[in-house]
Ligand binder design. Structure first.
Ligand code: F6P
Length: 319
């Protein structure tokens, strides 16, 4: 009897998830597996929202942002009773392996299911690039390019008006989006969770910049550090530098995936199915030094997140 493989996306959506679903479904079918899509992450799994997928289910999606399977956050999935219900549903469908695309929370859910006897594989799909077992996550490159486009636009108006722009980007306590964007846009200052700086030091820095004749400034800051609107008012009041704050928000998560994300997602999808064919599960997939790798999913969760402090140091040198 053909092996049955379930695939789902979970947590925040990320551009490239569709390319990954496509690769998993097409590669699975190619290997003679029966492929099932689970809608809306762990929530859909618990609601029995599972559909069989064909080649055509994943046609025309490689270029689309978001996820055709839908996604959700389900904090209750931490509870054992909830996990057991998911196991019962998966067993009822006869699912031999479950592939989840998402971030930290998705991996934790997969690790729990694996302990309860389900064969699982995790793939890193999140714009945050905060999965320690992979150099890059699916969606990071697209979100970064979106941020860069926005910052370039803001620089035009900020320099015309001789203003300071403080731009908050996502990352969920991982500074990679901010650090890479700071380097790529020539920001004057980049503030991330890994490279904290006091408000006093920021104000002193801007005063110095003004004294040196600098007429405008771009500050990129990771989310969850401070209220940027309030901070903009403080900068303006204390340095006399007219300041505007922008929170880029969810626009960072949308849009057509870049070539890099499509390629990464497709490679990871094919690799995951290859692992299933070899009988390897309870693992997650990562890219390290441009090579596909797999890790024990339990250990991967404990790995530290990336630190892009070095990128911030470099951008400070040349900003
Ligand atoms: O994990 C992706 C992410 O976009 C984070 O960068 C952000 O903190 C969070 O999700 C926002 O979550 P929500 O879409 O639930 O508001």
């Amino acid at each position: 009897m053909a092996k049955k493989i379930g695939v789902f996306t979970s947590g925040g959506d990320a551009p490239g998830m569709n390319a990954c679903i496509r690769a998993i479904v097409r590669c699975g079918l190619q290997r003679g597996f029966d492929m099932f899509g689970i809608n809306d992450g762990y929530r859909g799994l618990l609601e029995d929202d599972i559909v069989q997928m064909t080649r055509h289910s994943v046609s025309e999606i490689i270029n689309r942002g978001g996820t055709i399977l839908g996604t959700a956050r389900l904090p209750e999935f931490k509870e054992l009773e909830v996990q057991k219900k998911a196991v019962e549903i998966l067993k009822r469908y006869g699912i031999d392996a479950l592939v989840g695309i998402g971030g930290d929370g998705t991996y934790r859910g997969l690790a729990a299911l694996s302990k309860l006897g389900i064969n699982t594989i995790g793939l890193p799909g999140t714009i945050d690039n905060d999965v320690g077992s992979s150099d890059f996550t699916i969606g990071f490159d697209t979100a970064l390019n979106t941020i860069i486009e926005c910052v370039d636009r803001l620089r035009d108006t900020s320099s015309s008006h001789q203003r300071c722009s403080i731009i908050e980007v996502m990352g969920n306590r991982c500074g990679d989006l901010a650090a890479y964007a700071g380097l790529a846009t020539g920001a004057e200052l980049t503030i991330t969770p890994e490279t904290p700086i006091t408000k006093e030091a920021v104000i002193e820095f801007l005063r110095q910049q003004r004294a040196e004749g600098k007429k405008h400034a771009i500050i990129i800051i990771s989310e969850k550090i401070t209220d940027v609107h309030e901070f903009a008012r403080e900068i303006e009041a204390r340095c006399g530098f007219e300041t505007r704050a922008e929170v880029l928000g969810h626009m960072q998560r949308g849009g057509t995936p870049t070539a890099s994300d499509r390629v990464l997602a497709s490679r990871m999808g094919v690799y995951a199915v290859d692992l299933i064919a070899q009988g390897l599960t309870s693992v997650c997939v990562g890219i390290v030094n441009n090579q596909m790798h797999y890790y024990d999913i339990e250990k991967a969760i404990e790995l530290p997140r990336h630190s892009s402090a070095e990128f911030v140091r470099m951008s400070t040198m040349i900003g």
